[in-house]
Design a protein around this ligand. Sequence first.
Ligand code: PXG
Length: 296
Amino acid sequence: MTNELQIYIDGKYYPKSEAKVSVYDHGLLYGDGVFEGIRAYHGIVFKLKEHIDRLYRSAQPMFLEIPVTKEQLTQAVIETLKKNNLKDAYIRLVVTRGVGDLGLDPRKCPKATIIIITEPRLQLHSPEKLETGISTLITWVRRNSVDSATHEMKSLNYLNSILGKIEANNAGMDEALCLDKDGYLVEGVGENIFLVRDGKLFTPTLASGALDGITRAFLIKLAAKMGIEVIERNITPYELFTAQEAFFTGTAAEVAPIRTVNKRVIGAGKRGPVTTKLLKVFQEALKNPENGIKIQ
Ligand code: PXG
């Protein structure tokens, strides 16, 4: 046994430096697969059931058969965390089409590959940025339309997001924002977006092509409990520029305030009161075992 992190591949564990998949895996050759990014806090895997359900939902339209049950996969995630002695972790669950030939026909791949990577928790934005807010860029890269490689499905096709991220990097901005083909706001490259206007929350509908984010859904529930109205509808860039507050939600991003959009300062240019209230309640909720599955 080494000190290296142990990676789960198809029921076996490999040290990180030896965890490899075939060059004939269609996940590599064609981005043919699905994945989840999950977090564990204080020994609780946050919304693990919801992540597992979404993984199977992403796989269904692709006729990607996951060769284990949801219960077995849930147990495998817990076992991998235990094996690595992790209580606070970032978890990457990947299911690829598996090994095939060089043609893209998925029927040549008899069995999907399951990978579980667990690492100590990653911090996407610095604590300072979580106070002052992050800078964003609305990119020319439009979100995929809802008819093909849509982000409603959490597939391994992330080129659209990667291109957006490159544009943000090149412009010296922290994160990118994507519009749909009509110019309405959809989401970030790996996070959903919310606006605060007149004390109400606004977020694009899921029909915009945004991912049905688990953090998004949870925040909508928390807001409702707090008596904050949430409105899901088309949102224009103008509405974002002139919002009082705006923030991202995501497993990696958590609740991240947005300071600027294409250099326009949003509201007071720092984390606003509604975002702060929601962030506090969100952070408390992460400690509640009811919001996840315990590592035991
Ligand atoms: N939209 C997209 C396109 C995403 O990929 C979210 C929204 C937020 O969803 P959850 O369920 O996490 O609240 C995601 C999240 C990263 C990273 O490093 C994020 C995601 C995937 C890979 C990396 O920020 N997905």
